[in-house]
Design a protein around this ligand. Structure first.
Ligand SMILES: O=C(O)CCC(=O)C(=O)O
Ligand SMILES: [Fe+2]
Length: 330
């Protein structure tokens, strides 16, 4: 099955993971959840030790001193404000097709919502590679007219490169946290199936009891996500039977692990269910960078964990492409 024109299959969890396990809400955690902040300026071994703790517990953490200037982050958000303020027909002229590149309108990119409703967001995808191969997510990026949005493409390419550099540094820490050489993942990520997206959450307030979400509960499909948000809260993660807020923190990005890291580490590092619930009637913008390995990379958990089988994920050696088809069948 090929991807739909929106990105639903790219970030939606299999149906059995869309809802928190029944009966676990009574297990309130005694200690308030701490999502750790990992200082990227510290020596890698110290950062990797902190990261190991985060990856085995929440699968989410903040990164500070990440090297991306606030000026660049604000410039790309300013471009997105202008883009999403264009007339709907101008945006729809760039509507994403099979390649998943371009615009998807409000309600299109819905995770499997229990009420059958679409997510209250619109978005736009830009990939870091272009290819004419007839494969999911392959294709050519689309861009708004330079005369309409001056500097848009240049800003986005700069933002992609800056976020990619952060993601690659996190990948080195993941390798070290697995007691592997820091560059262990390098040859599996030298042609990554990676993209940036901007998500514009529309003004209305969300209500989980009515199935109205910014983004419904899902896990990310790829290896890891590096997320910049504006200062409007909304992101929640599902840990110890509870939905817990992960608020914006000045000068940091939020990083979470995706299903490929879960698979690659035999379930040791977690890909955690998350969603966006915006309580107030105000807009919200976020710009995730999604890192996935080379399309033909082999994901061998036995090699990565240097361990004998521990779970039902063990001994699975699947490429990124096969992982895609596993998810889209779910
Ligand atoms: O906007 C956010 O805070 C999270 C977005 C997200 O989870 C996603 O796009 O996969
Ligand atoms: Fe996500």
């Amino acid at each position: 099955m090929l991807p739909s024109q929106d990105d639903a299959t790219w970030t939606s969890a299999p149906a059995d993971r869309m809802q928190p396990p029944a009966g676990r809400n009574c297990n309130k955690s005694a200690v308030p959840l701490q999502v750790s902040v990992i200082d990227m300026a510290q020596p890698e071994p110290a950062a990797a030790a902190q990261l190991r703790e985060a990856c085995t517990t929440t699968g989410f953490f903040y990164v500070s001193n990440h090297g991306v200037s606030d000026d660049l982050v604000q410039r790309q958000f300013a471009q997105w404000h202008q883009f999403f303020n264009l007339p709907e027909c101008t945006k729809l002229a760039l509507k994403a097709g099979k390649s998943n590149r371009g615009y998807y309108p409000v309600g299109a990119g819905s995770a499997k919502n229990p009420f059958g409703l679409g997510d209250r967001k619109e978005g736009f995808n830009i990939y870091g590679f272009e290819s004419d191969l007839d494969l999911p997510f392959h294709g050519r990026n689309v861009w708004p007219d330079e005369a309409v949005l001056q500097g848009f493409k240049a800003t986005m390419l700069q933002y992609y490169d800056a976020m990619h550099a952060v993601a690659d540094r996190v990948l080195r820490l993941i390798a070290l946290a697995l007691d592997l050489p820091a560059d262990w993942f390098a040859d599996k990520f030298d042609k990554p199936a990676a993209n940036i997206r901007c998500v514009h959450y529309v003004e209305d307030a969300n209500d989980p009891d009515k199935g109205i979400f910014g983004v419904g509960a899902h896990t990310d499909w790829g290896m890891l996500t590096v997320l910049a948000t504006d200062d409007v809260p909304g992101l929640q993660i599902h840990v110890n039977g509870e939905w817990v807020d992960v608020p914006p923190r000045n000068g940091t990005f939020i990083v979470n692990l995706g299903d490929m890291t879960h698979r690659w580490t035999n379930g040791r590092f977690r890909s955690t269910l998350h969603r966006v619930v915006k309580r107030d009637s105000c807009e919200r913008y976020s710009s995730p960078f999604f890192l996935a390995p080379n399309w033909d990379a082999k994901i061998d958990s036995t090699e990565a964990t240097q361990r004998r089988c521990e779970s039902d994920l063990c001994n699975q050696t699947v490429g990124s492409a096969s992982q895609y088809s596993i998810r889209s069948r779910a």
